[in-house]
Write a protein that binds this ligand. Sequence first.
Ligand code: F7E
Length: 318
Amino acid sequence: MEKNFTLHYGDLTDSTNIIRLIQQIQPDEIYNLGAMSHVHVSFDEPEYVANTDGIGTLRLLEAIRILKLEQKTRIYQASTSELYGKVQEIPQSEKTPFYPRSPYAVAKMYAYWITVNYREAYNMFACNGILFNHESPLRGETFVSRKITRGISEVLLGLKKNIYLGNLNAKRDWGHAKDYVEAMYLILQQDTAEDYVIATGVTTEVREFARRAFKYVGVSIDYEGTGLNEKAIVTQVENDEWKVKKGDIVIEIDKRYFRPTEVDLLIGDATKARTKLGWSPKHNLDDLIQNMMDADIKLFKKDILLNQSGFTQNRQFE
Ligand code: F7E
């Protein structure tokens, strides 16, 4: 069988490793998605994040230059809507000024500009994709979308009573990761190296994401109370398979999930990607929620079956 995929050990904090790998592989394209990407966690390990997410990008760019691969190897830098932080403009486009609000975003800001600088200084094909939140069933368990779809699945199946969340007011422009990887690929296939915003142009509150995810599985909720006392309460259940009933409290607030500085509102303007790349998302938020809910319900049903047959697994992440 022909082998078309090889894994290598790599570490963005180790220049020697990066240089040796690139020398060995002689890649046509590099997609730098490597990062400590959890915004809240970045407040706890800011130096590590600066090293990996910021200087890590520099190490890749330098490796290409040291190896004289500037004219062969194209590089995509995973930039982020977190750069807009305390937004200076609505919606956010390639021209909107940055105002990062976390050690993660500050590190990514360095990575953004060093990518631009190497493109201009050394004529490298180096591009930033400024991607807004993109999710899928593969999303890490601690990001809010997955925390909600996993949490709801556990609640429905009677594995836990409720979900603890932080700031329900935050608004995000959520897309499906499947669409976004296509955009990354297209960015590196162009004649000229440029930076692009990739977004759906629709923004939704965390509160509404959770409401829609419950709704998809036939459970209606209402929110009551404000601030730390806000709760989501079940008002109707249309599927008697689920172990929830009217009056159950299914979402509560825990202040430890709030960030020292928050990004309140993100909504992207992907006009440039639409016009120049011919890119537009094929999936909307409801498609994404359905895909994630279906996958997580299946996952926990499988866990229950495994547990019943004597296997134990621990999926308790937050
Ligand atoms: O939070 C709020 C939270 O952690 C979204 C990363 O991939 O996308 C991601 O960054 C919002 C925030 O993603 C909880 O305060 C409420 O306002 O899912 P998230 P993020 O911070 O937007 C960008 C594009 C990246 O580049 C990042 O690498 O949801 N929120 N309650 C919560 N967030 C979490 N994690 N957990 C909660 O309980």
